[in-house]
Design a protein around this ligand. Sequence first.
Ligand code: 0A1
Ligand code: ZN
Length: 886
Amino acid sequence: MRTEQPKVIHLKDYQAPEYLIDETHLTFELYEDRTLVHAQLVMRRNPERPAGKLPPLELHGQQLELLSIALNDRELGAGDYQIGAECLTLQPDSESFVIDSSVVIHPETNTALEGLYKSGGMFCTQCEAEGFRKITYYLDRPDVMSKFTTTVSAEQKAYPVLLSNGNPIASGSEDNGRHWATWEDPFKKPAYLFALVAGDLWCVEDSFTTMSGRNVALRIYVEPENIDKCQHAMDSLKKSMKWDEETYGREYDLDIFMIVAVNDFNMGAMENKGLNIFNSSAVLARAETATDAAHQRVEAIVAHEYFHNWSGNRVTCRDWFQLSLKEGFTVFRDAQFSSDMNSATVKRIEDVAYLRTHQFAEDAGPMAHSVRPESFIEISNFYTLTVYEKGAEVVRMIQTLLGKDDFRKGSDLYFERHDGQAVTVDDFVKAMEDANGADLSQFKRWYSQAGTPRLSVSEHYDAAAQTYRLTFRQSCPPTPGQPTKQPFVIPVELGLLAADGADMPLRLAGEAQAVGTSRVLAVTEAEQSFTFVDVAERPLPSLLRGFSAPVKLEFPYSRDQLMFLMQHDSDGFNRWEAGQQLSVQVLQELIGQHQRGEALAMDERLVEALRSVLQNDALDPAMVAEMLSLPGEAYLTEISEVADVDAIHAAREFARREIGSRLFEPFYQRYMNHREVSRQTPYVASAEHFARRALQNIALAYLMFSERADILSLCLDQFDNADNMTERLSALASLTHSPFEEKRLKALEVFAEHFHDNPLVMDQWFSVQAASPLPGGLERVQTLMQHPAFTLKNPNKVRALIGAFANQNLVNFHRADGAGYRFLADQVITLNAMNPQIASRLLAPLTRWRKYDDARQALMKGELERILASGELSSDVYEVVSKSLA
Ligand code: 0A1
Ligand code: ZN
């Protein structure tokens, strides 16, 4: 909790540490009412700092009860050191020395889930970013890297499994019913990668032979009841290990790799060296209890954490401003992996839709920051879409500009040059430059300038000269602390379509001959033109193929041109994008009609365009499903100047009903065919099967708008008889949004009865109801909070119910009387004291108040002010609230 004015930490103030820790020897004695931590730190002065008088040693430490501390075996007395709320300070008397400390901590009452805590019956840790200082006095900063040995002792019966990083080197039992195990990690690491687990766990075992022929034991530890839900994660792990060898030449380095699933976890998972700790939602998956989306998420997160072994652990961050060094790069790597494992175009569509809806909103809000932030109050607030997703886009642009082979040369040099070091984003870019003789100095503005650039494009065709000129104008709106921006380097991949839909050869003025039919232009100036020659007819440009840069593109396409691109663009992503732009135009027209009180009437052309997509059997069903998904309400909000919540909802619902009724027949055909295949095929978690089920389920949702009894029967049949959660949950979601109240309530009851002892399935049950746009949403959520399966102590539950309500149920959350806002603020105030990280994340929807009408703005700001005045705020919540009101 914040007791004084919060300190702002600035990147420009970075200084290397005065002291280093070569060895860290830890002993944990775990008890039910306390834990004793003994730490022996073998330290020396940092030779890179100025010599001279020895500076004081400031060890980080929070919420620790110090029992004893010794310097070179000499017990220190109270006068030998000072203890503050955040640090212990003492004066070393030699260049090299050993500190021994003993502290008491209380994992059993740790609800913040940071440091050492208990999740159900097991002990576990979460140390990133600054959690290790809640375990022992230490230099808790990523540029202090040390070799760790860890001994854990606990009661044998309750905690038969004792784990830490590295390799197990010794273990034994004591007479008193306790036992112990010692682990040694041969790799130097910062404290944020430390992990410890103790519990009654079972494990699934496998092995992997690395490219140099070493055998690695693989283990996934879970609570006994989940032992049947680990196979998918294990398969994903082996695929990731192989992929990283083949794609990046990266081999695993320890003899054992472990994953532990815990139920109470603030984020998705954590890449602790050799001992990844996962939110159980990111590990457990089997057909009956996890959806296709959950299976894909498990595959992606297992890969992400595994890839961190190189991009994050072997080469780590110098300081937390460099967070995107590991996160942006690793998200980029896991996205490449997922594209290779599944449909690359569908993966790109999903990522771009997510980025444009959520990261663009962050960029336009009060917490906007650059990929490498300049300052923060609480680093936990900077595990953001900007650092992760936009950071990945920035790495992707480097690959687009350099080409795949040269990018790989750069990454090889980066890993080779910096293995075992804590480095910066500049070091990463420098390796990319040095390996290729490239100059990325202007490009680096992507790391330092916040905000989403706009790129508006105009065209000029000269029929007589057969030239075609594209003029690009870029700008970037101001963000907090950055009123003006310099031009970015924007890679624009493009093609030109002829009247028959074919790509034209591309020859720029000055070039000897045409070079390909799709190419990347680097826009580097505020305004810049490119002229193509030998252009025999007026072309239609396909711009920003594959979303080659995270910008808002503006080009005055007509609806007919968009329909043409939807059919003919050789770039699959841009075919989808054309459909989205067409839908946006049509939806915005409907929004206008609703606002003017007119009867809603929808442009036929969208229906016809979707009909031809739906009837095209040659298209990947997953692409068809994506193309049939209208832009979400949150995206429509993001692109509005002032978002009219009710009009957006009404327009989108109207469009969905229209599409459902006009395309009833083809939807019915598709549904019946696909459902039949699903009925006859055992569940397989692979792209082809995901695709079929995606289209089947979107068809069902559209068909349910008909409110016909025969469709209801199909839906109920799927709900009752499906052998997998993907089909069952989609049927439940369609029912939950339907007017068949009796059937809906019955289905929800049956579902809860069946799955009441599976917390992850119950999360889905909460979310489906929380997201239902039917009137009375807030009251339903308030009632669900009383359900025995709900608890504010579990972050997954908070996200599933309260998060889903505030982020996905926009009509109910933004109801005009402000009750949704008041409810959210109440939860934030309660959670502030229990779990500051979760409280601060839950707040995000209130920070977007500038998007709404005056009345809602006042209500939202009122709630932010109420939070600010509610008492002692954590630094997490304080930072977000105060910046939102600034
Ligand atoms: N490094 C992890 C994310 C993570 C960050 C913070 C955490 O606790 C506050 C937990 C996990 C990743 O990128 O997967
Ligand atoms: Zn990560």
